[in-house]
Design a protein around this ligand. Structure first.
Ligand code: MTE
Ligand code: MO
Length: 431
């Protein structure tokens, strides 16, 4: 085989291996001349019909099994970054064993001895606290809240032009019922001194970097006058179970409505600050352009015209979970299209479905309401009336009037993605 032909074969082979992902590299339509190999005509390739068919919903990666976890999609192993596969989003609560995982530093805790562990409340306070798990459970009122934990970089792989960072599909999110104590109650007992401005949170893990370098500690802070301070909880239970190690055992911060960068896992130090936190994790990363939708352009960034602010509340999103395009749909068969929706700005009040790529919309039926910070399931029965390709689409509206659009968002770190989601399906009389 000549070099030229060999190249063609391997490229086609590669495209087949990665399925519909070819579109990702702009190679979806090969010139027909390339379909000739060794003088033989090649049949057009059938569409990819894997469990996560075109367009990719989840990240591209292999399944791995970690302690206390079901097989999840691996993005990186040091630090551990694992994505939840699509079908776990058919239920409003994401099982702990399927919940996605994201750490920044390598040295994550893999065991915690609760007889030694203490939660410290320190810094600019009247009285430093060192609380045991039993103190948390007995001395403070317990509260529960259903809340969506979503990585700021969820769906980053959609960005064009591409941006560096974990190439998440849509599964860097999950919803759980968290139970714990109010942060406010802990602060009240410690007594926040006047002149305090922020509260800083630190977990048990350590990085490999030199002590005090950015890659040694992951530090995040919330402003004391952010209303979310009153809703934030220190959670010791997730879906009625202890937290999995990888999701922050023994306790984690839950900051309802905000991206998960603030949801410190294995939380051990709560530090009241009298000066704003200017550490790397607050000012150099997890920042978005200070524009209405956090949108900008590579050109504006390059020319230094963009001022950045810490990422905050999660914009409204909705997803189609099934059908997933992996099989054909028989003509005229009523199909229940299902999915989830959420918004950090307020309750989801409307989910609309389109079977014609977003031209006409109908209201979907909303599932049970577990509170304004939870996933809300939705469903609609759809009867395909002709054969061929359909493009399904879904969009949600929250109580503040925020609605998803077809405009993408671009920013240098790949945060805040919330474009209308679509799913191609084939309707046919045969499978
Ligand atoms: N201690 C600690 N907490 C952390 C992080 C971390 O690196 N260390 N990462 C944050 C980020 S950016 C995300 S997206 C979430 C992920 O939460 P999960 O692993 O429970 O899904 O944890 C947050 N809390
Ligand atoms: Mo994240």
């Amino acid at each position: 085989m000549s070099g030229e032909k060999a190249k063609v074969v391997s490229r086609r082979f590669l495209i087949k291996l990665i399925g519909g992902g070819a579109a990702l590299f702009g190679l979806s339509k090969l010139p027909s001349a390339l379909a000739q190999v060794s003088g033989q005509a090649i049949q057009p390739m059938p569409g990819f019909t894997g469990p996560d068919a075109n367009p990719y919903w989840g990240a591209i990666g292999s399944f791995v099994i970690y302690p206390q976890k079901l097989p999840l999609i691996q993005l990186t192993d040091r630090p551990v970054q694992l994505e939840t596969p699509r079908h776990y989003f058919l239920t409003p609560f994401t099982p702990n064993a399927a919940f996605y995982v994201r750490w920044h530093l390598e040295g994550i805790p893999n065991a915690v001895n609760l007889s030694e562990w203490r939660l410290l409340v320190e810094g600019h306070v009247e009285k430093t606290l060192a609380l045991t798990m039993s103190d948390l459970m007995k001395r403070f009122k317990s509260v529960s809240i259903a809340a969506v934990n979503q990585c700021s970089g969820n769906s980053r792989s959609r960005f064009q032009p591409r941006v560096p960072g974990a190439q998440w599909g849509n599964g860097a999110m999950g919803n759980a019922l968290f139970t714990g104590v109010r942060l406010k109650d802990l602060l009240d007992v410690a007594g926040v001194k006047t002149g305090s401005v922020q509260v800083q949170f630190e977990g048990l893990e350590k990085g490999r970097g030199l002590k005090e370098s950015v890659s040694y500690r992951y530090l995040k802070s919330l402003s004391l006058n952010d209303p979310v301070i009153n809703e934030t909880i220190v959670a010791y239970e997730m879906n009625g179970e202890p937290l999995p190690m990888l999701n922050g055992f023994p306790v984690r911060l839950v900051v309802p409505g905000k991206f998960s960068t603030y949801w410190t896992k294995a939380l051990t130090w709560i530090r009241v600050l009298d000066k704003p936190d200017t550490n790397f994790w607050m000012t150099k990363t997890y920042c978005v352009p200070d524009t209405p939708r956090g949108n900008t352009t590579p050109k504006d960034v390059k020319e230094g015209r963009v001022s950045m602010v810490p990422v905050g509340i999660m914009p409204v999103r909705s997803f189609i979970i099934t059908p997933d395009g992996s099989g054909k749909i028989p003509l005229e068969m009523p199909v229940t299209v299902r999915g989830i929706a959420f918004s950090g700005y307020g309750r989801v009040i409307k989910v609309e479905f389109s079977a014609d790529d977003g031209t006409r919309w109908s209201n979907a039926m909303l599932g049970e309401d577990y509170g304004r910070y939870s996933f809300r399931t939705w469903k609609i029965i759809w009867v395909p009336k002709h054969t061929g390709k359909y493009v399904l689409a879904v969009r949600a509206t929250d109580e503040k009037g925020n609605i998803q659009t077809d405009e993408g968002v671009w920013n240098p770190k790949g945060y805040l993605w919330n474009k209308i989601e679509r799913q191609e399906v084939m309707v046919d009389v045969s499978q």
